[in-house]
Write a protein that binds this ligand. Structure first.
Ligand code: DC
Length: 207
């Protein structure tokens, strides 16, 4: 069983995907963390994330960065991740690993931007999780404030809209809803309600 969970920044897909994996006993992969690791590698080596050849080399050496590194979650790293994610060679270097996790025999939940369209086009269930930009900015601001980062609602909203625009407009595997994905708008749903809605879709697909 493969479950693909895609969507824009801060739509709640990570929390939802983790909860789905825990509920059904499936393995979980946050594919954004892989792009963040490439972005962080470049920032730490003082390299420009938009440099094509250097970013491709970083993707091949990405195992140098632990997927538990707290710096992965910083806004600066998320922005660098969105820049390296435009690069075809970076995407190609990360593809096999994502597909190997998807084949986990107990089942897998992968969250990202292109899981239902490119990484696992044959996923058993595809969810496209969204929420309004304003709601996503409020959620992201609360997360950043809780981590002690100082920023404003306006700055977070601007950042999020820029990142979405870059993720949607790139030519290689852009952020997009697969035709056969179920749209889950979480603007007015808390995590428990979103989980319930997702489980209804998953259980229905199991027959
Ligand atoms: O989900 P996230 O914010 O951790 O992702 C960081 C960036 O990585 C995102 O802006 C675009 C990129 N990404 C991608 O291009 N494809 C994926 N499957 C996951 C993330």
């Amino acid at each position: 069983m493969i479950i693909a969970v895609d969507g824009p920044v801060a739509a709640g897909k990570g929390t939802l995907a983790k909860r789905i994996a825990a509920k059904y006993g499936y393995t979980y992969l946050d594919t954004g963390a892989l792009y963040r690791a490439v972005g962080l590698f470049m920032l730490r080596h003082k390299q420009d994330p938009s440099d094509h050849a250097l970013a491709a080399a970083a993707a091949r050496n990405v195992h140098e960065i632990s997927l538990d590194d707290p710096d992965l979650r910083k806004e600066e790293t998320g922005n660098a991740a969105s820049v390296v994610a435009v690069n075809n060679d970076v995407r190609a270097a990360l593809l096999d690993y994502q597909r190997s996790v998807a084949k986990h025999r107990d089942g897998a939940v992968l969250d990202g931007r292109d899981i239902g369209t490119v990484v696992c086009p044959n996923a058993d269930v595809k969810l496209f999780v969204t929420a309004s930009s304003e709601e996503r900015a409020h959620r992201r601001l609360a997360e950043l404030v809780a981590k002690g980062e100082t920023t404003s609602y306006e700055a977070v909203l601007k950042d999020l809209e820029e990142r979405d625009a870059r993720d949607r407009s790139r030519t290689s595997a852009p952020l997009a809803k697969a035709d056969d994905a179920h749209l889950l708008d979480t603007t007015k749903l808390d995590i428990e309600a979103a989980l319930e809605a997702a489980c209804r879709i998953i259980d229905a697909s199991k027959g």
